[in-house]
Design a protein around this ligand. Structure first.
Ligand SMILES: Cc1ncc(C[n+]2csc(CCO)c2C)c(N)n1
Length: 234
């Protein structure tokens, strides 16, 4: 099994491992996306990265809210606490990474917040919000799992577990997502999902496959959106 195929954490025959296997070609396409390749080798034009950072700041605000919705569906004290921590972590990533790059690009937090959501970002966040507000807890976890899992794999794939080269323009981004602490987010979500899924019907599990596939597609489309600097129609 190549490094690209290997899950960041091996999950054996668990539901989360089977979900990833069910979308493996889509998963591997993320690592080959021109945006991801150029981000890794530092050749990504600044305009594309700036577009991405502005959109991602808006995305992470929504993702943080989805962790809050997940907390409202849980009856387990430790789980509620962890969803609360993930909500705060998400905002810290946004502030640390995005404000830092924002400052480098001469953007104020107000300018960042005034950016309109591009179509794909809008669609992805509506998908997450619909499930967060109307779905079951396993569905909510499943909808958020590809974003944590894919970024950890992209981070380790691009760095190969070595620190980014000196002067790499996107070193902070690479370090954030190659950090084993970030991989732990996905690992925890997988553990919770595998536990909750033990009590689900075959129909409920089938729905999880569908949700996982849609979120995985949107992760690819998010790179594509930033690569093309996608705009709404005039
Ligand atoms: C489109 C998109 N997908 C995933 C991430 C990665 N990410 C950053 S914070 C966080 C939650 C855990 O703190 C996750 C999953 C991203 N930045 N943008």
């Amino acid at each position: 099994m190549s490094a690209a195929e290997r899950p960041a954490t091996s999950a054996g025959g668990s539901l989360s491992a089977r979900l990833r296997e069910s979308v493996l070609p889509l998963w591997q396409r993320q690592l080959q996306h021109p945006f991801v390749v150029a981000l890794g080798d530092g050749s990504l034009p600044r305009a594309n990265f700036e577009f991405y950072i502005r959109q991602d700041a808006l995305f992470l605000d929504v993702l943080a809210k989805c962790f809050a919705y997940a907390a409202t569906r849980s009856e387990d004290h430790a789980e509620i606490e962890q969803f609360g921590r993930l909500l705060l972590n998400t905002l810290v990533v946004e502030q640390d990474l995005h404000r830092r790059y924002g400052e480098r690009f001469g953007l104020t937090p107000e300018q960042m917040a005034a950016t309109p959501m591009a179509p794909t970002n809008y669609a992805y966040t509506r998908h997450l919000l619909t499930i967060a507000t109307t779905g079951s807890l396993p569905e909510i976890i499943t909808s958020m799992l590809p974003c944590a899992w894919i970024y950890a794999e992209v981070g380790t794939h691009l760095t190969g577990n070595r620190p980014p080269a000196p002067g790499h323009p996107y070193a902070d981004w690479l370090r954030t997502y190659a950090d084993p602490e970030f991989d732990a987010v996905g690992r925890w979500l997988r553990e919770r999902l595998d536990l909750h899924a033990e009590r689900l019907s075959a129909a409920a599990i089938a729905r999880l496959y569908e949700i996982f596939r849609i979120s995985t597609c949107y992760e690819w489309l998010f790179w594509e959106m930033a690569w093309r600097q996608e705009q709404w129609l005039a």
